[in-house]
Ligand binder design. Structure first.
Ligand code: FAD
Ligand code: NAD
Length: 466
């Protein structure tokens, strides 16, 4: 007799593993299957965590080389990239092991194998292993997108996975795509000594970001040595004996246009990610996909087949680990008969470069497009005493509030600790706070967070320290 479950989760990334743990905590009998031998998905194995480990190591090296002297410290700084990579791998191993431990603690059965759905109540793992279940949750995530005419070999022309594995800094790394991955991993290798050129199709980097932030962000990255070719596309990569020759033309140009040739030794293709549903057998059981390949779900994450649910990168919405996690908790709550909810207006996004960039809610560009009446409060880190003491005064906080109600509509931060500071803005927006609410909340001194308080003051009255 095959084993019976209340819930079988396919994919042990941040969506799947969190859903599995939460469902088990709520009393369901749960199995979680992943084709990787360890849990954690893209995020822990080849995404968020290894990239942040390398961003931190490369930042320390950069700090030692560029900034220690300002603080009166002289050091003979050397770099061992193999050791840096080993540290990164250890961080990943410890965290993925940690999820294995949590699975054991809460009684989630982890199965290593490739799953396919045989019926709304049956999941096949490998030959002969058929799981019977009341519900199925698809959390199979996403994979890197590629470009026509460009073959990713993960050696010279790499995806993010290959760019996390280099054993030495490329001489010249060309990044195709000025989005989050391109700028984070471009930063890592630029700090470690590579010349980095970013080729972006649109006329600005990270197009979804507030334009004022984008301008400051590009300037900051350029001052660290990154070069930008905006409004351009790569139409071909010619492999030559010792280097790669990229054929680059204006984004709107005819492909027959005489190209600009950029030579380099490595190319990172970072032009987005696409949902991954291959081999699940969705067509045969009637689970519908939209025209971009995402699984269609209703407000309870149910697919077009009852008892089959989907969350995370494989459904529409921002491809972020914390978004997948929130959905995982909500679906587990629905299945346990509770009320689950995800507020998509308050999902923050963070770019872990130097300076960091973080945002929640609408941008000023969107406020304009929507014809909203709004006020903007801004405060530069240059006037923040902690930023001054630390020696990192780049950037600012920008608060957008409704002109009539003062309700906070969006917060955008560029600067040191932006990724941590945004949590306060998210909480404020979650509770429909006004800019005055933030401004009248006592913030410890001296902290970077005081810049958010001052920006909020600037939105409803006047900042004190400007
Ligand atoms: P995934 O994490 O992709 O997990 C899906 C899992 O399903 C995989 O382990 C896969 O092996 C498994 N699977 C697929 N098909 C099957 C099958 N048929 N049978 C069994 N198993 C299967 N997001 C952030 O919020 N912050 C960051 O800092 C961040 N950094 C990133 C850096 C990089 C380089 C990349 C690539 C991504 C980053 N992301 C980040 C995005 C984040 O990784 C994803 O949004 C997140 O992992 C999505 O979670 P998920 O559970 O939906 O899917
Ligand atoms: P992205 O969507 O952030 O950026 C892709 C960029 O490539 C865009 O700016 C786009 O205009 C550009 N582009 C598309 N086609 C192009 C072409 N032919 N030539 C030149 N440029 C082109 O995608 P990404 O950076 O690959 O990241 C994928 C996903 O992973 C994102 O959705 C992101 O949310 C997630 N991620 C998040 C983090 C984080 O939260 N810190 C870090 C890494 C990845």
């Amino acid at each position: 007799m095959s084993e019976q479950f209340d819930l079988v989760v396919i994919g042990a990334g941040p969506g799947g593993y969190v859903a599995a743990i939460k469902a088990a905590q709520l009393g369901l009998k749960v199995a979680c299957i992943d084709k990787r031998p360890v849990a954690g998905g893209t995020c822990l194995n080849v995404g968020c965590i290894p990239s942040k480990a390398l961003l931190t190591s490369s930042h320390k090296y950069w700090e030692a080389r560029e900034h220690f002297e300002n603080h009166g410290i002289t050091a003979d700084v050397k770099i061992d990239i193999k050791k840096m990579q080993l540290r990164k791998e250890n961080v990943v191993t410890e965290l993925t092991k940690g999820i294995g431990f949590l699975f054991k603690k809460y009684g989630v059965t982890f199965i290593n194998g490739t799953a396919s759905i045989k019926s709304p109540n049956q999941v096949q793992v490998q030959e002969g292993q058929l799981l019977e279940t009341k519900n199925i949750l698809i959390a199979t995530g996403s994979i890197s997108s590629s470009l026509p005419n460009i073959e990713i070999d993960e050696k010279q022309v790499v995806s993010s996975t290959g760019a996390l594995e280099f054993d030495k800094a490329p001489k010249h790394l060309v990044v195709i795509g000025g989005g989050v991955i391109g700028l984070e991993l471009g930063s890592v290798w630029a700090r470690l000594g590579s010349a980095v050129t970013v080729v972006e199709y649109l006329d600005k980097i990270v197009p979804s970001m507030d334009s004022e932030v984008t301008t400051a962000f590009q300037k900051a990255l350029a001052s660290q040595g990154m070069a930008f070719r905006l409004g351009r596309k790569v139409v071909n990569i010619v492999k030559q004996p010792k280097e790669l020759a990229l054929h680059v033309i204006p984004a709107q140009a005819d492909p027959t246009e005489v190209p600009e040739i950029i030579t380099c030794d490595k190319v990172l293709v970072a032009v987005g990610r696409r949902p991954y549903t291959q081999g699940l057998g969705l067509e045969s059981i009637g689970v519908q996909l939209d025209n971009r390949g995402f699984i269609t779900v209703d407000s309870h994450y149910q697919t077009t087949v009852p008892n089959i649910y989907a969350i995370g990168d494989v459904i529409p919405g921002p491809m972020l680990a914390h978004k997948a996690e929130e959905e995982g908790v909500a679906v587990a709550e629905f299945l346990a008969g509770q009320a689950g909810h995800v507020n998509y207006h308050t999902i923050p996004s963070v770019i872990y470069t130097q300076p960091e960039v973080a945002s929640v809610g609408i941008t000023e560009d969107q406020a304009k497009e929507q014809g909203l009446k709004y006020r903007v409060g801004k405060f530069p880190f240059m006037a923040n005493s902690r930023a001054k003491a630390v020696g990192d005064t780049a950037g600012f906080v920008k608060v957008i509030a409704d002109a009539q109600t003062d309700k906070v509509l969006g917060v955008h931060i560029i600067g040191e600790h932006a990724g941590d500071m945004i949590a306060e803005a998210v909480l404020a927006m979650e509770y429909c706070a006004s800019s005055e609410d933030i401004a009248r909340t006592c913030h410890a001194h001296p902290t970077h967070a005081e810049a958010l308080k001052e920006a909020a003051m600037a939105a409803f009255a006047k900042p004190i320290h400007m």
